[in-house]
Design a protein around this ligand. Structure first.
Ligand SMILES: *Cc1c(COP(=O)(O)O)cnc(C)c1O
Length: 216
């Protein structure tokens, strides 16, 4: 199947509950252009430098989502154009995003990345840390960021039940925040191996790479 066919199929599978972010890390601009020419305009990258390079080469009506771990000293490179940062995992990072957004006269949409996997290597905040952050006066003073939801990555396992439980847990935490934080409307969960499960459990944004562009 072609890139355009893969995108059409996945969009149909997840509609109307969730929107697709095509994860293009390590893939050449030619492949992105193939998707773009088929009308697709929402892309995810996990590295700042790669995203900036592709941003410069691609048309400018694209929504760029930063989905990977972000170092504070690199925020300035994406602040002028990034549509959403999915991987906010510290208050220090959020402060820097706020500062760089202000410099660019923007409000940048962010997701708090929540740790849900049974694995040591994944970044993210615990629910307690996220609650603490959202309740702090320092957070409330930030005017150039908007927390629009949560992101999580399930364990990389064949155990479907475990993955479902991890997504369920994140959805429950998300629901618990809604009353106090009505701006939180997005739940970014699901990748090539588990996006159908994620949508069943309440995802609104799936981040799919290899199922569209082939393995990396
Ligand atoms: C690479 C990546 C994805 C997409 O992974 P696939 O398995 O190729 O769909 C999704 N989210 C994050 C954070 C990633 O780094």
């Amino acid at each position: 199947m072609s890139i355009a066919e893969n995108i059409q199929r996945i969009k149909a599978e997840i509609a109307p509950k969730a929107r697709l972010i095509a994860v293009t890390k390590t893939k050449p601009v030619e492949m992105l252009m193939e998707a773009y020419e088929a009308g697709f305009k929402r892309y995810g990258e996990n590295k700042v430098q790669e995203m900036v390079t592709k941003y410069e080469q691609m048309p400018k009506d694209i929504e760029w989502h930063l989905i990977g771990h972000l170092q504070t000293n690199k925020v300035k490179y994406i602040a002028p154009f990034v549509a959403m940062i999915h991987s906010v995992d510290s208050f220090k990072l959020l402060q820097e995003i706020n500062k760089q957004a202000a410099k660019n006269n923007r409000v940048i949409d962010c997701l708090l990345q929540i740790f849900i996997a049974q694995e040591e290597t994944k970044f993210g905040l615990s629910a307690e840390e996220a609650n603490e952050l959202l309740a702090s006066d320092e957070f409330k003073a930030l005017e150039n960021i908007r927390i629009v939801g949560l992101m999580g990555m399930a364990s990389n396992t064949e155990n479907e039940d475990q993955v479902r439980q991890e997504f369920k847990g994140l959805k429950q935490f998300f629901d618990s925040l809604q009353a106090a934080h009505p701006s939180m409307i997005e739940l970014s969960m699901g990748m090539s191996g588990d996006y159908l499960l994620a949508v069943e459990e309440g995802s609104t944004l799936v981040r799919v790479g290899s199922a569209i562009f082939g393995s990396r």
